[in-house]
Design a protein around this ligand. Sequence first.
Ligand code: XBP
Ligand code: MG
Length: 263
Amino acid sequence: MAELTTLIFDVDGTLADTERDGHRVAFNRAFAEAGLDWQWSAPLYGELLAVAGGKERIRHYLERYRPDFAPPGGPDAFVAGLHRAKTRHYLDMLATGAIPLRSGVRRLLCEARASGLRLAVATTTSPENVIALLEHSLEPGASGWFEAIAAGDVAPAKKPSPAVYVEAMAQLGVVPQSCLAFEDSHNGLLSASRAGLTTVIAVSDYTRHEDFAGAGLVVDHWGEPDRPFTVLAGDTGGATYLDLALARRIHAAGVGTSASRGR
Ligand code: XBP
Ligand code: MG
């Protein structure tokens, strides 16, 4: 196995729990602003999350739940305009620091930087959302910690396509064997695995019951020294939180290791 040189992070659900109280709320504010009586409840949003990409999610909702709605100006312009409004609302929320990082993220990123590991992002969300989350919830200038931010429409296809991970690795000039992916969802695991990366999963409330067969490790959160994670699948060798030593252990074990939940 090649040496681990690069950590590639998903954003939504992985770096921060952004979906239920962040993106979902921003979507609903955009609907209200547009005079639409659409409100995505937390359960409905959980179902809609199967579709990666905010614009793709709105379009799916129109087709599945509002087949008789005639988007003014045509579907493409309507969806794009609604998504721009949603992103504005989401950025406003991030600017208030309303969305904190998940436990262990800051510690792991700082440890990786101190060890000279390279950092990248591979996410479906929009680039401006990634930068705002890093700048407001990590620290000012933190977006510069990541040598590549492959986000949103930069990839020709959204997760579970491998395209966004392939793009991140191309920007860095690295091969999958020297990388480890951090994800929270089945779509994300498929995307990273199809790009050839070993993947560690921290489940989120929305993804807890998804299929993570083939992941290198599945935990309930990244953990802290005083807040041990629960291992849902995989072998941590007794480690109780995800640090570089455990990341290296999982990476060395290789792609598609034993972490499956017999589902
Ligand atoms: C999660 C997504 C994104 C967000 C919404 O991305 O699927 O679409 O839900 O963000 P990931 P946008 O887990 O890959 O970070 O509205 O900007 O798409
Ligand atoms: Mg995610």
